[in-house]
Design a protein. Structure first.
Length: 268
């Protein structure tokens, strides 16, 4: 004859809690604890491809929001569409990117090649690794969201000249020489690449208009002179649309001409 043993309610609750805690421990030990999703801002650390490790420039990053991504290969900016298939797979479709000639084109080219097609996702606390079918990887760590540099008080260093859909980096001879700052009172000062200049700006929403430029009168030839003439024409062409993303400023005229500039660091 089968007998039944009565278990006190308090003892039963204790047993349930013990089993629950044991189950939690097994989840953590097996690595199935909740991990962060890939949404957010990530600083790229390195790429591994073809048996080599390529270390990332400081500005290489990836910002993922919903099914969209934007980032920086290290110099050129880019966008992409990301279609997630569960928590561990994604298909990346490249969008638009700038096409400047940059110092570390090997890294930029490799990053662009890896960040497309079907990728698997390996996540950990504060880490995200994307893997291609051949085992190449993009290793990243969590990073604070990029905050936009202020239009005023920032020293902007011109990096490229834009004409329509084309952005060409400034010639090596002129790199870092064209710089300007808009003071809080909207007084503008800086260098066109050779001659120093000053002007007064007006700002209305996202539109910046430079008043007449006053500059020194040194004769400037070669690539530096070409950059100077281009900037003089741009600043004098009327209202410019200003767009700031992180530490990058884009000024665009109605005819599609413009510039991109980076916020200079304290070391510069």
């Amino acid at each position: 004859m089968r007998t039944f043993r009565h278990v006190h309610t308090s003892a039963g609750l204790a047993l349930v809690l013990a089993l629950a805690l044991a189950g939690c421990g097994r989840d953590e030990a097996s690595g199935s604890a909740s991990l962060p999703d890939p949404m957010g801002s990530w600083a790229v650390e390195s790429l591994t491809t073809g048996g080599r490790t390529l270390h990332a420039p400081e500005s290489a990053r990836l910002d993922i929001s919903q099914n969209q991504a934007k980032g920086n290969y290290g110099c050129n900016g880019f966008t992409a569409v990301m279609a997630f298939a569960g928590p561990s797979a994604v298909t990346v479709t490249p969008g638009v990117s700038t096409t400047m000639a940059c110092a570390d084109m090997e890294f930029e080219t490799a990053f662009a090649k890896l960040f497309q097609g079907k990728l698997t996702i390996d996540r950990g606390p504060d880490r995200l690794t994307l893997k291609t079918a051949d085992g190449s990887t993009i290793a990243m760590t969590s990073a604070p969201a990029a905050t936009n540099a202020p239009l005023t008080t920032t020293e902007w260093s011109v990096e490229s000249l834009v004409s329509g859909a084309t952005a060409a980096s400034v010639p090596a001879e002129a790199a870092g020489k064209a710089r300007f700052t808009i003071a809080p009172d909207l007084a503008v000062s800086g260098s066109l690449g050779c001659n120093r200049f000053s002007a007064k700006a007006t700002v209305e929403g996202s539109t910046v208009t430079f008043g007449p430029l006053t500059s020194t009168r040194m004769a400037c030839e070669g690539p530096v002179g070409e950059v100077e003439r281009t900037l003089t024409e741009l600043f004098g062409s009327g209202p410019l649309t200003a767009k700031i993303e992180g530490r990058t400023l884009t000024l665009s005229a109605a005819d599609g001409k413009g510039l991109t500039a980076k916020a200079a660091s304290a070391a510069e």
